[in-house]
Design a protein around this ligand. Structure first.
Ligand SMILES: [Zn+2]
Length: 68
């Protein structure tokens, strides 16, 4: 039997999944190098770290609502 609590949990999980999807800022695909400083990166990383990402976003004037 499904209780109201179960429904609430289900809803929260859906919302969290959506939020995670939304967090990925729009932009170019990973190309193996930091989009900000050009350092080599492994996998699908697009920036070395948060600083590089922030720099890049600031320069492009991209506002993705990330307040860290
Ligand atoms: Zn970098």
């Amino acid at each position: 039997m499904t209780t109201l609590d179960d429904k609430a949990t289900e809803f929260e999980e859906l919302r969290r999944a959506d939020a995670l999807k939304m967090r990925k800022p729009n932009g170019p695909e990973a190309c193996g190098a930091c989009l900000n400083c050009g350092a080599e990166l492994a996998g699908d990383l697009r920036w070395c770290d948060q600083d590089c990402r922030d720099d890049w976003q600031a320069r492009r004037g991209v506002c993705v609502g990330v307040a860290a």
